[in-house]
Design a protein around this ligand. Structure first.
Ligand SMILES: [Zn+2]
Length: 82
């Protein structure tokens, strides 16, 4: 479980939706705030971990995408982590 409260609702439960894989030394996981339905990506590495903003559009893609296409999609989405 993420070790930080959600940025939008600190007291709300974060529901895990999908494992987004491991890139650029980070593990990425998609969550949704159970208070306001806002999607968030939890980015975890040995250097630190935090919530990252994700658009509703990208979150929908992350949920719908087939496993072989996940890695190329995430490589582009997570470019800033490289
Ligand atoms: Zn929220």
């Amino acid at each position: 479980m993420p070790s930080r409260p959600l940025p939008c609702h600190a007291d709300a439960n974060a529901k895990h939706l999908r494992d987004l894989g491991h890139l650029y030394q980070f593990d990425f996981d998609l969550y949704r705030c159970e208070a306001c339905e806002m999607p968030w990506v939890w980015a975890f590495s040995s250097y630190g971990a935090d919530w990252e903003k994700v658009t509703g559009e990208d979150a929908e893609k992350m949920l719908a995408i087939d496993e072989p296409e996940m890695r190329p999609f995430m490589r582009v989405w997570a470019q800033e982590f490289n």
